[in-house]
Design a protein around this ligand. Structure first.
Ligand code: MG
Length: 375
């Protein structure tokens, strides 16, 4: 059933530490299961996607977002006859390197690191998690994932310049990733654009009329829902429109990517890798609608006044704790102090903070910082 340009598990470049085959799961299925059983994966439950837990329990968390990305990715992979197990694995791991407090946490951590001549990047952090921090096996550090999964973690959403990242040379930075990894960047965006409209509307921060005016793809399907179900309440029409918008984005990504694959003439994974550009893409018309939705969310939700205090709080908490440990490295847990023998203090503190859940960092901030201030 696999297309000739799909990644085949039997052609995998393998694991760092060779392992005997499993009797009934292939290597990508085993990688998927290793990620599901990882501590960092479980912590996604308590990491902000857009809304913190303090607002409501039914908004997306980074874990439920991740599950939605996996669902959408599998549908698309199956339709394109790509390797579903690899795509599912990459979807499940794609946000594992995110720090607490969503993008504000990431931004604050990066800023704090820049004061020390370093930086924070969630894809690079994800690689450190699966290679070093997860301790599950007696025989080796990390999860010992296959090359294709590690490569996808690094390359799914970003092209790293080979000259700037010599330590990533093994991941073929001068080549494109396989289609299985290319898909993830788009499915991630399909998932969050639609989910954030949903949660933003549910939170009362986005008004129906504004969404209809600012997101033409949504409006098109809302009109359709109004014609078909004139008597139902707005929220059900909203759900109907959003579901059709999601389906439109998914269908367009499938058909346009299939079209590009065909017209490019690629036959093998190596052809995909060597093709001058990524082949997974929306059609130009749908891509413009996708960009419009993203821009709408950026202006009306992510940067909106009601979410500003939550963002500012998150950034402050990250900065406070980072500076607290830079000034008092001896106050770090013993296991992190030992890591300073091989990494800079800034990197060790960054790794520590990046691994925290929202709840954990809030408690720690209360214990270590707020108490000192109010004394
Ligand atoms: Mg994501």
């Amino acid at each position: 059933m696999l297309a000739s340009y799909a990644v085949r598990v039997e052609s995998s470049l393998g694991r760092r530490y060779p392992e005997a085959p499993h009797p009934y799961r292939d290597d990508f299925q085993r990688d998927r299961d290793r990620i599901i059983h990882a501590r960092a994966f479980r912590r996604l439950e308590n990491k902000t996607q857009v809304f913190t837990r303090r607002l409501s329990d039914h908004f997306r968390t980074r874990l439920t977002h991740t599950i939605e990305v996996a669902q959408i990715s599998r549908t698309i992979a199956a339709a394109l006859h790509l390797n579903e197990s690899l795509v599912e694995t990459l979807a499940l791991v794609h946000d594992i390197g995110h720090p607490p407090f969503g993008h504000s946490g990431e931004h604050a951590l990066d800023e704090a690191m820049r004061e020390h001549g370093e930086s924070f990047d969630h894809n690079l952090h994800a690689l450190r998690i699966v290679e070093q921090f997860e301790q599950r096996y007696a025989s080796h550090p990390g999860l010992n994932l296959t090359f294709e999964v590690r490569e996808g973690i690094i390359k799914h959403s970003h092209d790293y310049a080979p000259a700037d990242y010599p330590e990533l040379a093994e991941y073929l930075l001068d080549k494109r990733p396989p289609l299985e990894a290319q898909l993830i960047d788009h499915t991630d965006e399909i998932a969050y654009n639609t989910a954030d409209l949903d949660d933003g509307y549910e939170a009362g921060l986005l008004k129906l009329d504004d969404i209809r005016q600012g997101v033409s793809l949504f409006d098109r399907y809302y009109r359709e829902a109004e014609r078909e179900f004139p008597a139902v309440r707005d929220k059900l029409k909203f759900n109907e429109a959003l579901k059709r918008m999601l389906n439109h984005l998914v269908s367009d990504l499938i058909t346009h990517t299939a079209h590009r694959i065909q017209s490019s003439g690629v036959q093998t994974v190596e052809d995909v890798r060597c093709y001058p550009e990524r082949l997974a893409a929306f059609s130009p018309a749908t891509d413009a609608q996708r960009a419009e939705a993203k821009q709408f969310l950026y202006c009306n939700l992510y940067q909106s006044a009601p979410l500003r205090p939550q963002k500012a709080d998150g950034e402050k908490i990250v900065f406070d704790l980072f500076r607290h440990w830079i000034a008092n490295p001896a106050a770090l847990p013993a296991s992190y102090q030992r890591k300073m023998e091989t990494d800079t203090p800034a990197r060790v503190i960054c790794d520590y903070i990046a691994g925290m859940t929202d709840n954990y960092i809030l408690d720690l901030h209360k214990k270590l910082i707020s108490r000192v201030v109010t004394k």
